[in-house]
Ligand binder design. Structure first.
Ligand code: SAH
Length: 425
């Protein structure tokens, strides 16, 4: 039996569906029907693919083809609306996937919403579009004001209809993680295995089904910022990104991948045709500090990382995001902020500051809000846009760096977690 006929449909692309269909002696157009059913309609079994003739469905099932589902095993709901899913795969391994309603990748308040409106407004033709920025005439300015209002009211309308206007799904790329960042709970698991492309896409399909939303009608942001290091599972991550865009219908510009700094892969990634936006976890302002917090810095140091970022081919209106986890008394001093500003000087980038989300076994503490603001203001003063990320779902251990596996948290002795979270299913 061919390999295609013993595998799961989730994770296959149109080319692979074509092979499967032709090996089964079916007409070529059936490949597209399967593609639609798996990614756009997100069926849960081969039997549900209503566009295929019944005998073909049966033949597929008898030859061992499955959908390759990612099953929601548990669901925790935060007081802030964030939902953390424990998702289990065929071999019993599990990861966590997070739904942030009306979140935007944890970047709310960082100006990205305004940026999005500006992006759309930029398409309205104005005078003097070439050369130096011309003064806007009053009618054009009025048009833009009006368009802004319309966009806002459209946004509200969508929010009303779906209550998911800017929802974000945070997905995992590996079971556990090998990178060993000292402030991250996932690191304590070590790495168990890579996820397949189907398992990566399967998380998204499961959450979209559960939340009853469907891109592109519903604007869904997607971040590869869950468990694992996407650039250490590069091929599957790239294939999954393509399937998410071409199959599921997630807009490419709404996807972001975050890497701890796998430098050779940053170069590879720059050459990909379908490509989420790039975020880099900086987390320290000099090599000594970074090597202590993120051991991978011994392999790819700041010089190498910053060089890769500077050479990264940015598209129109694109910038690189640097994430910086602030650890009280460790990397949050004004001097650290000045070093970061120096590292990033002149780069088309922004910095997202994340005050540490604490966890058991993590030997760091969260800095005060004042300390975070001082850090932010130094960056801004040096001309580097800097935003403070609002923590999401901390009470259910769904925030950045808190993903470790629901079962362990469900039996956690910490009372605030037990009392605030609601466990469903
Ligand atoms: N491996 C990838 C993606 C997962 S981590 C990466 O390193 O980028 C996603 C983000 O969460 C990273 O920016 C990381 O620095 C941050 N993070 C990890 N642990 C954290 C914690 N305890 N508190 C706040 N942010 C954390």
């Amino acid at each position: 039996m061919s390999k295609a006929l013993t595998s799961s449909l989730l994770g296959m692309d149109l080319g692979e569906f074509s092979v499967l269909v032709s090996e089964a002696g079916e007409p070529a157009y059936r490949a597209k029907q399967i593609m639609e059913a798996v990614y756009r309609h997100r069926v849960e079994s081969v039997a549900e693919i209503a566009t295929l003739p019944q005998p073909f469905r049966e033949r597929l099932e008898h030859s061992g083809v499955t959908l390759g589902a990612a099953r929601i095993e548990k669901k925790f709901v935060s007081v802030d609306g964030t939902v953390r899913y424990l998702i289990t795969f065929a071999d019993g391994q599990s990861v966590e996937t997070v739904w942030m309603p009306e979140g935007d990748g944890g970047e709310a308040g960082d100006g990205s919403e305004a940026g999005e409106t500006a992006e759309r407004l930029a398409d309205i033709p104005g005078p003097g579009t070439s050369g130096a920025k011309a003064e806007e005439s009053e009618p054009i300015a009025a048009l833009k004001r009006c368009a802004t209002q319309n966009l806002r009211s459209q946004d509200r309308h969508r929010q009303d209809r779906t209550s998911s206007g800017r929802s974000t799904i945070c997905i995992s790329s590996q079971v556990g993680c090998a990178v060993d960042c000292q402030f991250c709970l996932t690191a304590l698991l070590g790495v168990k295995r890579n996820l397949t492309a189907g398992e990566i896409v399967g998380q998204v399909c499961a959450v979209l089904r559960d939340q009853r939303v469907s891109p592109p009608e519903d604007r869904i942001n997607l971040v590869f910022m869950g468990m694992g290091e996407p650039f250490l599972n590069y091929e599957n991550f790239v294939k999954a990104s393509r399937l998410l865009v071409e199959g599921v219908g997630i807009a490419e510009r709404r996807m972001t991948v975050s890497t701890a700094g796998i430098v050779p892969r940053i170069y590879d990634f720059g050459g990909e045709s379908i490509r989420p936006k790039l975020a880099i976890s900086l987390n320290a302002s000099n090599d000594a500090l970074r090597a202590r917090l993120m051991p991978l810095n011994k392999k790819w140091n700041l010089d190498m990382l910053i060089a890769a970022a500077r050479e990264f081919p940015l598209r129109t209106r694109e910038w690189i995001t640097f994430e910086y986890v602030l650890l009280a008394g460790v990397n949050d001093a004004p001097e650290n902020a000045r070093e970061v500003a120096e590292l990033l000087r002149g780069m088309r980038c922004k910095v997202n500051l994340i005050a540490l989300n604490p966890g058991p076994g993590i030997d760091f503490t969260t800095p005060s809000a004042e300390r975070v603001t001082v850090f932010q203001n130094i960056l801004r003063g040096a001309g580097t846009p800097a935003f403070v990320r609002r923590p999401r779902g901390r009470d259910i251990y769904a925030a950045c760096g808190q993903l470790k596996r629901t079962v362990e948290v469900a039996t956690s002795p910490e009372p605030q977690i037990q009392s605030i979270s609601r466990v469903q299913q």
